[in-house]
Design a protein around this ligand. Structure first.
Ligand code: TRP
Length: 338
């Protein structure tokens, strides 16, 4: 089969990001991350990773994980990531991720990792804490530093991991000589932060399993409608832009993100609208916004050979860059490279 991607990388600044293939990708992931990635791919050389090695830092059912990896890749493409210009990489298919992780682990003080708030949160929920959970941010640093990424678009919950990545890069560079590029954190705009439908004070989360919490990108229209109709609002009867709770704000944000309406259009349409009608309007905007994505998803899912080829090509394409970084790091550290 013909190669989808040329092997050569361009001279554009590089972007890297990653998503774990766990749970179900939802509209918060789309509006906060994927949609931005799609825009960025024209200005940057992009590597988008499906981080399966991160996923196994907590137990995953093997069959389900395997299925989720492919599903995540298919959703990336369906959302508009163009495999002709961007690399969609399953992390474990490029061995250099794990290799660089070990090399960086040996250059990272334990105290830095024990201080990570996400580690502390996750560890508190676990009876026995796997070593991988502690190493999680080092593997993430490896993902980023491997490709000398200039910018990393992430949610603000990942800011501390990005700071750690820069600390690791800086201390490595200071000890072994200039090796790594300092990656910049790119947070999404405020409007891109979508909250849970059941609890609009909490960010919409993939790991939240409550059926009224998130709208999955693959939810059929009937499910989308049901979830929106059940969304938490406030005690007002109708939309009042001057005085609205976080639930109504969230519904309006979702509507605006999917329709691309201007603030003016929003202000002309919604004030005084009763919540039942607001929800119907929002639900239809989400259904219409997701329809083309779901249609492309179904096409891609029906052709597993194509998806396999895309993933293999991307891995082939990025591997020389990743291997080159690992080789330099080994040389700097005195590891045998002959
Ligand atoms: N930790 C990230 C998250 O849960 C996922 C991730 C892994 C990532 N490696 C990355 C994000 C590298 C950006 C860059 O959201």
């Amino acid at each position: 089969m013909k190669r989808v991607l040329p092997i050569q990388f361009s001279m554009k600044p590089r972007v890297l990001s990653g998503i774990q293939p766990t749970g179900s990708l939802h509209i918060g992931n789309y509006l906060g991350a994927l949609k931005n990635w799609v825009r960025m791919q024209h200005d940057y050389e992009c590597v988008f990773c499906i981080v399966d090695l991160h996923a196994i830092t907590v137990y995953q059912d093997p069959a389900e994980l395997r299925q989720k990896i492919q599903q995540t890749a298919a959703i990336f493409l369906a959302a508009g990531i163009d495999p002709k210009i961007s690399s969609v990489v399953v992390q474990s298919t490029v061995a250099a991720h794990a290799e660089l992780c070990w090399l960086l682990t040996c250059a990272t003080p334990l105290g830095w990792l024990e201080r990570m708030t996400q580690f502390k949160d996750k560890a508190a929920k676990q009876e026995s804490i796997g070593d991988g959970l502690l190493q999680y941010p080092v593997l993430m640093a490896a993902d980023i530093l491997l490709y000398k990424a200039n910018a990393v678009p992430v949610g603000d919950d990942q800011s501390q991991h990005l700071e750690l990545t820069r600390d690791i890069a800086q201390s490595f560079n200071a000890r072994y000589g200039d090796t790594f590029v300092m990656p910049e954190t790119r947070l999404p705009s405020v409007g891109a932060r979508i909250m849970g439908l059941d609890d609009p004070t909490k960010k919409m989360s993939k790991s939240e399993t409550g059926s009224g919490h998130a709208i999955s990108l693959l939810d059929p229209p009937s499910v989308i409608r049901k979830k929106v109709m059940r969304a938490t609002t406030d005690s007002n009867p109708a939309v009042d832009l001057e005085n609205m709770g976080p639930g109504v704000q969230n519904l309006l944000a979702i509507h605006q993100a999917f329709t691309g309406w201007s603030d003016g259009q929003m202000k002309a349409h919604f004030p005084g609208m009763r919540y039942g009608d607001l929800k119907k309007t929002v639900a239809e905007a989400v259904v219409a916004g997701l329809e083309p994505i779901q249609q492309r998803y179904n096409e891609i899912a029906a052709d597993p050979t194509y998806l396999k080829q895309v993933l293999r090509d991307a891995a082939d394409r990025v591997s020389p860059i990743a291997n080159d970084t690992v080789r330099t790091v080994k040389q700097r550290m005195g590891i045998y490279t002959e």
